[in-house]
Design a protein around this ligand. Sequence first.
Ligand code: SF4
Length: 425
Amino acid sequence: MKSENQPITPGSAPRKNTRQAKVKWGDNVITLGGNAAILVQSMTNTDTVDAMATAIQVKALADAGSELVRITVNTPEAAAAVPAIREQLDRMGVPVPLVGDFHYNGHTLLRDYPACAEALSKYRINPGNVGMGAKHDLQFSQMIETACNYDKPIRIGVNWGSLDQALLARIMDENAARSEPWTPQSVMAEALITSAIESAQKAEKIGLPGNQIILSCKVSAVQDLIGVYRELAKRCDYALHLGLTEAGMGSRGIVASTAALSVLLQEGIGDTLRISLTPEPGAARENEVIVAQEILQTMGLRNFTPMVIACPGCGRTSSTLFQELASRIQGYLRTQMPKWKTQYPGVEEMNVAVMGCIVNGPGESKHANIGISLPGSDESPAAPVYVDGIKMRTLRGEHIAEEFQAMVQSYVEQRYSNRLILQNT
Ligand code: SF4
């Protein structure tokens, strides 16, 4: 009997069409929004006054794959340090633009430190933190005029923790006049979106081109964030920066950010993202970059690093060798990427399978570019390795990990250096 089912078509909705900003530094330029790749951002937590420590952390974030790095610019000393940070990054050959994060005194810092205004590639302005009353519009205008003068894009970054109080009061008054007032949650969402869009319109009136404006409306609850961004995306075509603010620490922060951003990305919403993780004590700041990349890569939206496909292990797993090998290969691939991404174009699309036994091991290995099945508890002590779907070798003995890693290296050299030759001919 003929099936009436429709073919299953996995994949996200087409990307929402947004305007495209240009983020420049020196002779470099990257594009954000429109049809550009969804960019990964991060933020330092060093004291910006310490130019060397900040440059080192920016380098670590950029090496991990952050495509823009935001730094706090909160004092005259911090503003004075920004050009030195840029110069140090250029000396170290770190090709990443710096974004300045301003609150309260951004208008004076940008005015008094022109070298800072020039060295930054983008300014983040929080309309809730640019002054109260009559000063608000004046100080906001001063920052926008600086962005126009230096040809810098801006992000209007609204945050529910620092919402413009005058605007919130206005939205609340409007709500009170409704025959059926909205919930406080809806009023808050409306205020966030209104703050972002009205600020962007003001910036355009002052003279900043609309394509140089990126918007964000960050809240800390998953469902609120999804609702706010869906509406924001409906009401404007500015490029959108996604992020769940104060996502939290450890798995909670990762899961909450992934849950919120995945829904939006699946709907084609979002041009750049930052994962706001609270680092565990002693944990690397770069984890937020890795999480952002993994969200995009596991959703099939971008490729950054070869993926390790590993089973969870179970009662058939004979030893910890399987977990150790999966972890070793994952770490190896990541540390090689800064070098490999220029030497071996396309390597970021590679899949490596590391499986715990022959139940699913050979099947997954055949689907991967290269894969290994370690022996399960009742299996002979042999580890078959598949390359491009064909069983190539069987590894035995105490040096399986080293030998498999060498096979991965050799596979990359053969498979992806050919692409380089093809690209150059
Ligand atoms: S592949 Fe083998 S070891 Fe891994 S989860 Fe499946 S049955 Fe368990």
